[in-house]
Design a protein around this ligand. Sequence first.
Ligand SMILES: [Zn+2]
Ligand SMILES: [Zn+2]
Length: 412
Amino acid sequence: MGQDQAKQQIEKGLQLYQSNQTEKALQVWMRILDKSSDLVGRFRVLGCLVTAHSEMGRYKDMLKFAVVQIDTARELEDADYLMESYLNLARSNEKLCEFQKTISYCKTCLNMQGTRVGQQLNGQVSLSMGNAFLGLSLFQKALESFEKALRYAHNNDDKMLECRVCCSLGSFYSQVKDYEKALFFPCKAAELVNDYGKGWSLKYRAMSQYHMAVAYRKLGHLGDSMECCEESMKIALQHGDRPLQALCLLCFADIHRSRRDLETAFPRYDSAMSIMTEIGNRLGQVQVLLGVAKCWVTKKEPEKALDVIEKAQDLAEGLGNKLSLLKLHCLSEGIYRSKGQQRELRAHVVRFHECVEETELYCGLCGESIGERNNRLQALPCSHFFHLRCLQNNGTRSCPNCRRSSMKPGFV
Ligand SMILES: [Zn+2]
Ligand SMILES: [Zn+2]
């Protein structure tokens, strides 16, 4: 198969893929890999295969193709191709919740001296790095990366990237419990989809709706949350988007738990869990287990709750996700307090405070915790963030955490 023929076949695969004939598209692309020795063609096909497997939630295959793509890029001896394939490697690891690896591959990308074409990927690299920092609950670093990604998106007028960053910022602010911003950013993403997204994949719409659903639930607007989640799930089902289906099921379960309808919540947690396990989203599994544990606490079944908490703790420790650990210790604390088991209670209190230290989830101005309850937050240009009210009442000219001088509000 020659260069032109490979190009033609890639196009054919893309058309099949866009009309939802995924398996056929994969067959066409795999045949090019078998038959064509044209390196550029092979590189492009591998890129298509990485994206397709990412969207289907087949992350191990995604990783496999990313690795082959790096070899192809090396043969091509081209810095831009190499950078693109390292970004794919970083993304595969992000999906598999290998956050440390993701960060290190992202750093490799950012250190590469690509041309202007390669540099345009920097925004996506920063986004992936931010997601990985968020996975490790390193909030200030996550925010710094998201801000960088957003700046690249603006400078390159890249609305798709902006949309994705807004969704990640929604997730960030929902974790640190500024629910107003947790809703603002995905709403902004939905606006971008409406204004610019005519030719975009529907997954952008689905993604923004899902993040809105999460924020609405946390704000207690359960009806709105349900509506957004249903919209997102509809698209996820149409497109065979397993990862998003799992997230929506988790959100449905959480909505029912918020309504205290535990009998409806449990089966949805189960379904979410089985997809999360199938695709290898371990952080998702921890979130499901957290929800299930809270249900058992509500049902006054402390032993069952503790069982689930133990499983979740093992997973969260493996991932390095400090925020989940913090929440799990907090849950255990409550359980042991009501059982009157002082020794266990004290152990969890100590570990809870260790997690607070490690995540630096406290305001550098008033010293009180961040993320305990819904509070308006504001970041400075150095990406340190504080209670909004504390910054407004503060007279100093520099950041209390790092002493950088600008006190004007940051971008995000
Ligand atoms: Zn404060
Ligand atoms: Zn600072």
